[in-house]
Design a protein around this ligand. Structure first.
Ligand code: SF4
Ligand code: SF4
Length: 505
């Protein structure tokens, strides 16, 4: 199933043993709603690519675990937001996230009673078409957990429209110190594989391909065992495991397209159209299966809390948990004089107020790193930044051009190709922060690239009133319907679930 070839792009960083730094903290399935049990959560209405959702609760309302507290307005590119704790809404106001996003946020004080919605339980006796399955994923508020937070349902619809053949599952987590995806595979390999199979069928793909580092033998074995369990139930799907070299930033879709298909995607070119493939993060697939099978909306996630200043942890936390409460839980992490970074230490953002900064749907790691003073000198033309740039750019040249206001020339030099990986700043012996300048210039191009998803989002949108008729004490999931009648459910796009032969997804 796994071929002998090792795939990779060229250049980048070799992270070596750094990646093994995080240690796995034990947790059990029974307490999956809160491994860390915060005193409050701050739920931003925008944790995804798109516009903010609209709060459906008001101050003083009581909410339960799994309850929807924010919904998209009709015609907008957004996903619903759900609470991972029970308690009272204490505040609704605008906050500014470390990445500069200003969004309404709902603060909920935890009553520590763990009251959850009745509907948050394993689904039974259901039959769903592929479009209904995609609708459940949308109403579960699922967005890409490994990157920009693109709404998963929109990406699935686009893949379906483009008639993709390969369904790629990104298990390549390569950021220094971050192992949350790897823990997801180790703890819930069946869920990752089943979510991938269900979504692969929903988009009509014929092959399910798991991409994983050659060094991750334990996780590869877990995936193989899970695939063997369900192979007979998904005879229409081929399975493959592709091994990649350990390198940063392995896993970005343009680098995957280059490594697997030998294609250099231009800006705005999609992997769906050019390679007939679609790429999803493995934690996103886990979330999809939780929604489809167990009626669990996206309300918690695994976060690595780690860094070079201490040991490492992986915690299952309700989304919205303040970073300070994660750090309190990781008692071996002394953060007095260290930098607390929202994200990984190469591309993350240093935060000053961990008590007011929440974990969001795309937060895979909180890094605590030693404060080091790098002496800043002019460029010494060592060429290290060019040697490591995965997009084959000359960061020092582009940086100079941008400094001199030569934007057109910087663009011609390829600046818009920058994927903000942070490698050039990391290796620069002169301490020059190349990434911030180049990545923000490239940002405009990347917005246009992702906007192509907007084309296919409105077909099944509900109005705010329709959403509101579901919410209250609802997670949105239990009553999901896109109007498909029973005949349609028997159509060829329905998916039979394994383990329970009468189920269709
Ligand atoms: S220029 Fe951009 S893509 Fe190249 S190394 Fe720097 S941050 Fe990464
Ligand atoms: S790594 Fe730093 S010092 Fe070396 S060429 Fe690039 S910008 Fe100049």
């Amino acid at each position: 199933m796994a071929d002998r070839k090792r795939y990779s792009f060229y250049r980048g960083l070799f992270t070596g043993d750094v990646l093994n730094f995080s240690k796995r903290s034990p947790f059990v399935k029974e307490i999956m709603f809160e491994r860390v049990y915060p005193t409050k959560i701050i739920l931003p209405m925008k944790m995804h690519y798109g516009v903010p959702a609209v709060p459906t609760v008001k101050v003083g309302d009581y909410v339960k675990i799994g309850q929807c507290v924010g919904v998209p307005e009709k015609g907008t590119f957004a996903v619903p937001v759900h609470s991972g704790i029970s308690g009272k809404v204490t505040n609704i106001s605008e906050i500014r996230l470390p990445n500069g996003i200003i969004t309404p946020a709902v603060t909920i004080a935890n009553d520590m009673k763990r009251n959850r919605l009745e509907s948050v339980r394993p689904r039974s006796g259901f039959k769903l078409t592929a479009s209904e399955a995609i609708g459940i994923i949308r109403d579960a508020g699922i967005c890409g957990m490994g990157g920009e937070g693109i709404p998963t349902a929109a990406k699935l619809r686009r893949a379906r429209t483009e008639v993709v053949k390969d369904f790629l599952v990104n298990c390549l987590q390569s950021e220094p110190y971050s192992t949350s995806d790897l823990v997801a595979i180790t703890e819930y390999p069946d869920y990752v594989v089943l979510g991938s199979c269900a979504c692969a069928r929903a988009v009509g793909a014929s092959k399910c391909i798991f991409l994983i580092s050659e060094n991750r033998k334990e996780q590869r074995q877990s995936l193989l065992s899970s695939i063997e369990k369900i192979r007979n139930d998904f005879k229409d799907l081929e399975f493959e495991i592709k091994l990649f070299r350990e390198r940063f930033p392995q896993g970005y879709y343009r680098l995957v397209a280059r490594a697997l298909y030998g294609k250099n995607l231009a800006l705005g070119e999609t992997i769906e159209k050019s390679c007939k493939a679609v790429l999803f993060n493995c934690s996103t697939m886990l979330a999809c299966w939780e929604a489809l099978s167990d009626n669990i909306p996206m309300m918690s996630r695994i976060v690595s809390v780690t860094g070079d200043a201490s040991g490492g942890h992986n915690m299952l936390v309700p989304i919205g948990t303040p970073v300070s409460e994660l750090l309190m839980n990781a008692q071996d992490i002394k953060n007095g004089s260290d930098r607390i970074v929202w994200g990984n230490c190469l591309t993350g953002i240093e935060i000053k107020e961990p008590e007011n900064t929440p974990v969001v749907k795309t937060t895979s790691v909180i890094s605590v790193v030693r404060r080091t003073e790098v002496p800043r000198t002019p460029c010494i033309h060592c060429g290290l930044c060019s040697e490591c740039c995965p997009m084959n750019l000359s960061p020092n040249t582009i940086f100079e051009m941008l400094n001199q206001g030569l934007r057109q020339k910087a663009s011609e030099e390829g600046a818009r190709e920058c994927i903000a990986c942070g490698s050039c700043s990391y290796v620069c012996p002169a301490g020059i922060n190349l990434t911030t300048a180049i990545a923000s210039f490239a940002g405009e191009g990347r917005i246009i690239e992702v906007n192509s998803l907007l084309d296919n989002t409105s077909a099944e949108d509900k109005t705010l009133e329709e959403y509101n008729s579901y919410v209250g004490e609802a997670s949105l999931l239990e009553d999901y319907s896109d109007g498909a009648d029973s005949d349609k459910k028997k159509s060829k796009d329905s998916i039979t679930l394994p383990f329970e032969k009468d189920k269709e997804v």
